[in-house]
Design a protein around this ligand. Sequence first.
Ligand SMILES: NC(=O)c1ccc[n+]([C@@H]2O[C@H](COP(=O)([O-])OP(=O)(O)OC[C@H]3O[C@@H](n4cnc5c(N)ncnc54)[C@H](OP(=O)(O)O)[C@@H]3O)[C@@H](O)[C@H]2O)c1
Length: 244
Amino acid sequence: MSNYDGKRVVITGGTSGIGLATAKVLDAGGARVLVTGRTPASLAAAAAALGPRALVDRRDVADVDGLADRAAAAFGGVDLLVLNAGATAGATVEDTTGDQYDDLFAVNTRAPFFTVQRIVGLMPPGSAVVLTTSIANRKGIATTSVYSATKAALRSMTRTFAAELVDRGIRVNAVSPGPVDTGILERSMPAEAASEFLAAQRAVNPMRRLGEPEEVAKAIVFLGFDATYTTGAELTVDGGASQL
Ligand SMILES: NC(=O)c1ccc[n+]([C@@H]2O[C@H](COP(=O)([O-])OP(=O)(O)OC[C@H]3O[C@@H](n4cnc5c(N)ncnc54)[C@H](OP(=O)(O)O)[C@@H]3O)[C@@H](O)[C@H]2O)c1
């Protein structure tokens, strides 16, 4: 029997990249996993990558009531909630539109906030929330001002949620990835610009490489199940980029 046998796990943005890598570890370890995403390609990839027990749920992050109802119906409770869905957009402050600003905050910040609000009632003592932030939330990186601000807000919420939930035995932590080649950039900017950005990140990284989704997944699983004396924290997984 593994540590995750029968654990009930909800992962938003669990159909690709870091979220899917996390779902695979937990699914293989016996957890009951529900992952969300939107696009047919990512939903199909998740269905192919996960075992028959996993639930692959087509749902926009804005549909927090629908997600809570689905989790309640499928599992009756939630032992780990991973708020990982996210989007980015590369634009200077002068080029950023109002819609881009609102869309990024809606996906990266508003949706996680209200998902916690709706799902926490399903979470028993001993359960945990993990939010995916970014090292961009504490560095000035040109063309990422809105994205970075959405993740700084999440880092702040991690502390406040942790304070509000500690007496209920629910831990809340964040994982803060550095550059990981998941395709997220290519979905928000021209391929050439994404490739240049990643090459520059690789060159300046102390480890001279990008991270793998599986390396971030290990940190999420650690925070979710093993870090039992840790709450309100943010664990950085970035090859040392923000430290060295
Ligand atoms: N990759 C990096 O370098 C990096 C660095 C720091 C932080 N992060 C953060 O890590 C998290 C995961 O990113 P990733 O790199 O693994 O990217 P990814 O492969 O693009 O995965 C993003 C996931 O979020 C889902 N998603 C996005 N917008 C959504 C929406 N409106 N409604 C529902 N689902 C939505 C996607 O599903 P669909 O594709 O089906 O929409 C997908 O499952 C994000 O929060 C990101 O900001 C990534």
